[in-house]
Write a protein that binds this ligand. Structure first.
Ligand code: GLP
Length: 235
């Protein structure tokens, strides 16, 4: 556990930077949302060599063009890609047009994901794998949960503008990553974090599957960690 959002972002940066320096051909899984913004701000300002790094994003809304200000394509360009020397052909974001199998093939061809950055929804979702998603699921189109639509409405002018569906890496896909770095901040995530890390492993809480992964680094601020038993916490 770390004291603040900035401390979480700084630690996440240290992890990603060390991995890219050690393996310039790193295959990096990327997340969107508000949580990784501090990490991306640090990466954008850094001097890492991204020229041989390959990236795969977790998810994308259906029905938004890549240029739409709320699309995850636009998010990645705005917050990271335009600031670093990444090779555009090495960046991959799923599209909701039924290309899940091709996306999976690209991950396999890249040798699998070395480090997957992950956030968590207030309902325990990972990527856009909503409660009830199979632990063996692969990259596919999904319907968004009412809670997710409500939570993400803050980014749109009106709740009616939030897409009802998306494309997401599957839980099975995410679990094949060699290392997973889960980031969560704020009181709004405390219950989901508690259910994910110290509750039963159940498809009702997609992130609880992470208890079965051998190499997960969890970065939390105090508020997100506030419902965890003390014995689970290190700094
Ligand atoms: C979004 C994304 C997830 C993200 C999560 C948390 O809907 N699909 O990949 O991790 O919800 O978002 P935030 O960091 O904004 O709380």
């Amino acid at each position: 556990m770390l004291p603040t959002y900035e401390a979480v972002s700084g630690r996440a940066f240290d992890v990603v930077a060390a991995r890219i320096r050690a393996s310039p051909q790193l295959v990096l899984g990327l997340a969107t949302g508000s949580t990784p913004l501090g990490l991306y701000r640090r990466l954008a300002a850094g001097d890492l060599d991204w020229s041989r790094v390959t990236t795969f994003n977790l998810d994308e809304y259906a029905g938004l063009s890549p240029e739409h200000p709320q699309s995850y394509h636009h998010y990645m360009w705005l917050h990271l890609f335009r600031h670093v020397n990444i090779t555009p052909a090495r960046t991959h974001i799923p599209s909701a047009t039924g290309a899940g199998t091709a996306f999976e093939a690209r991950i396999a061809a890249a040798g699998g994901i070395d480090l997957q950055i992950l956030g968590i929804g207030a309902n325990g979702h990972i990527g856009f794998n909503e409660p009830g998603s199979s632990f063996g699921s692969r990259t596919r189109s999904v319907s968004l949960a009412a809670r997710t639509i409500a939570d993400n409405a803050r980014f749109f002018d009106r709740v009616e503008d939030v897409p009802r569906s998306a494309c997401t890496m599957g839980i099975g896909t995410i679990m094949e990553s060699r290392v997973i770095m889960l980031m969560a901040c704020g009181k709004v995530k405390a219950e989901a974090v508690s259910r994910a890390l110290q509750g039963p492993v159940t498809t009702d809480v997609p992130a609880s599957v992470l208890q079965r992964h051998p190499n997960v680094l969890v970065l939390l601020d105090e508020a997100a960690a506030s419902l965890l038993s003390k014995h689970l916490l290190t700094s």
